[in-house]
Design a protein around this ligand. Structure first.
Ligand code: THU
Length: 144
């Protein structure tokens, strides 16, 4: 998506749903998609990618966060003190479950990148949570 307009929560959920259709989830049959909204309106997506060696599967939100970083959103200063990107929001859709809330591991990974809001679908409509509700009293990079 171009950086010209800020997508609505409904549009972010739609992007997450599209991403869920690209999941590799043959073992759980539980496809999930995540759509990260950046400061300038760009949207970066991810889906869950499972593996025959089950512990190697990765959730949609963590794949989206990795996609964000590998797209160049954090500029490293000597590899030690990167300027952290700000995730304005992340929308999450599970094709088999509504709402689909982020797992604990994904909450912590989103916390790393200053995620401000989490959007899920409840009865077909977006429901937005402040990140501090999703992961209160959290541990983050500023503690180190
Ligand atoms: N899953 C996600 O992608 N995100 C979550 O936050 C919850 C769980 C995936 C992991 C696994 O591939 C499948 O859903 C069933 O747990």
């Amino acid at each position: 998506m171009n950086a010209t307009t800020i997508p609505t929560d409904v549009e972010l959920l739609e992007k997450a749903r599209e991403a869920a259709h690209h999941a590799w989830a043959p073992y759980s049959s539980f496809p999930v998609g995540a759509a990260i909204l950046l400061d300038d309106g760009r949207v970066i997506t991810g889906s869950n990618v499972e593996n025959a060696s089950s512990p190697l599967g990765i959730c949609a939100e963590r794949n989206a966060a990795a996609h964000m970083i590998t797209s160049g959103e954090a500029t490293a200063d000597d590899g030690h003190l990167p300027n952290l990107p700000v995730i304005r929001a992340v929308a999450i859709v599970g094709l088999k479950a509504e709402p689909c809330y982020p797992c604990g591991a994904c909450r912590q990974v989103l916390r790393e990148f200053n995620c401000e809001r989490v959007i899920v679908s409840v009865d077909g409509a977006p429901r937005s949570f402040d990140f501090s509700e999703i992961l209160p009293y959290s541990f983050g990079p500023e503690a180190l």
